[in-house]
Design a protein around this ligand. Structure first.
Ligand code: UT7
Length: 335
């Protein structure tokens, strides 16, 4: 749908932060009935990072945000808005955005959290873009930060092998129109997915009680095989759609940065576009699935590895609980 846009929005800074502690596949072999070969073959994960208990999502979120600001050469006081996509906020309320605002000293910013599960970063990015394009904000921090270990059942081999903790952040800024920036986005939800992936207790339907704790209902519930089928269709479909509807092909894409949930889901989207491995960011081997942190942290890794340069055509895509999914096409604007 055509929209009236006053300004151009682009990502001008990226940051990430991960805890030091590693949980390897060998560690998991001692915890549940699993093995390194199965995990690597079925998911692509070799290790993930875990915080020490008691560390909230705001901690690594603030560190990632500081790095993104430094990359862009912008001070915290210049930020107008902070959007924090997360399924593991420090507290149910207030928003983790408020905690990070205070921590980094973004004294002129307002902010809120956004719940889009593994698509949270893509959804938040579209919100940031809209604020900048409409002229309501000049600089928006989008900080995907998760402590997935706080909602992971380390007795369930189906899910405990998947998740990790960490954060990634981007600064979305008003840029000169000739630098192009964010070109297009597609965002979708379909509540048909609710039953396959959710957390049963801790919300208003089933508040925390001695019984919910005893029954282990405060952790991720996932019917992996079903989610997998929807994820392959959703990620590959939306990625092809955004490229094609902008008159491009895989050959025009310089870097594809997908949500890191499963190497096989990523490969399906990669094949649909006919992309060589050199154009696909993979960080799942070292960080596992970090939900809303996976795309922004992968962008930072891409910068650090010299794989992202100003002017590159970048495609992001994600799929997650809800179901939620989406994609974003942009001309890279960070220097
Ligand atoms: O990021 C948000 C969205 N989430 C996703 O995108 C996750 C989507 N789903 C997946 O990535 C995959 O479904 C999983 C990685 C979760 C599971 O892989 P799968 O290839 O779909 O395995 P499966 O669930 O079909 O299980 C195959 C077999 C089962 O044994 P039986 O029933 O065939 O005897 C499982 O019990 O593998 C068994 N299994 C394991 N074996 C060793 C399940 N987990 C493990 C494990 N180690 N950790």
């Amino acid at each position: 749908m055509a929209s009236r846009m006053l300004h151009t929005a682009g990502i001008t800074g990226v940051g990430m932060s991960f805890p030091e502690r590693r949980l390897t596949n060998a560690d998991l072999e001692k915890m549940v009935d699993t093995d390194d070969a199965w995990i690597v073959e079925r998911t692509g994960i070799r290790e993930r990072r875990l915080v020490e208990p008691g560390t909230g999502a705001s901690h690594h979120g603030a560190l990632a945000a500081r790095q993104a600001l430094e990359h862009a050469g912008v001070t915290a006081a210049e930020v107008d808005l902070i959007i924090v996509p997360t399924v593991t906020p420090d507290m149910v309320f207030p928003a983790t955005a408020c905690i990070i605002q205070h921590e980094i000293g973004a004294v002129n910013a307002w902010g809120f959290d956004l719940e889009g599960a593994c698509s949270g970063f893509i959804f938040a990015l579209q919100n940031a873009r809209a604020q900048v394009e409409a002229g309501h904000a000049k600089r928006v921090l989008v900080i995907g930060t998760e402590i997935m270990s706080s909602i992971t059942d380390y007795g369930d081999r189906n899910s405990c092998i998947l998740f990790g903790d960490g954060a990634g952040a981007v600064l979305v800024e008003r840029i000169e129109p000739e630098r192009v920036g964010i070109i297009d986005a597609i965002n979708r939800v379909d509540g048909v997915g609710i039953r396959f992936l959710h957390q049963k207790a801790g919300g208003s339907v089933m508040p925390a009680s001695a019984e919910t704790v005893a029954n282990n209902l405060h952790t991720v519930y996932q019917e992996g095989r079903d989610v997998y089928k929807f994820a392959v269709k959703g990620m590959a479909g939306v990625t092809a759609e955004i490229v094609e509807r902008n008159g491009m092909t895989g050959a025009d894409v310089d870097l594809f940065v997908p949500h890191q949930a499963n190497i096989r889901i990523i490969e399906a989207a990669q094949q649909r576009l006919g992309l060589p491995d050199s154009k696909v960011m993979i960080t799942i081997d070292r960080f596992g699935n970090t939900t809303s942190a996976s795309i922004p942290s992968a962008l930072r890794v891409a910068c650090d590895e010299g794989r992202l340069r100003e002017g590159h055509n970048v495609v992001l895509c994600a799929f997650g609980a809800g179901f939620t999914w989406g994609a974003c096409l942009m001309r890279w604007a960070a220097r």
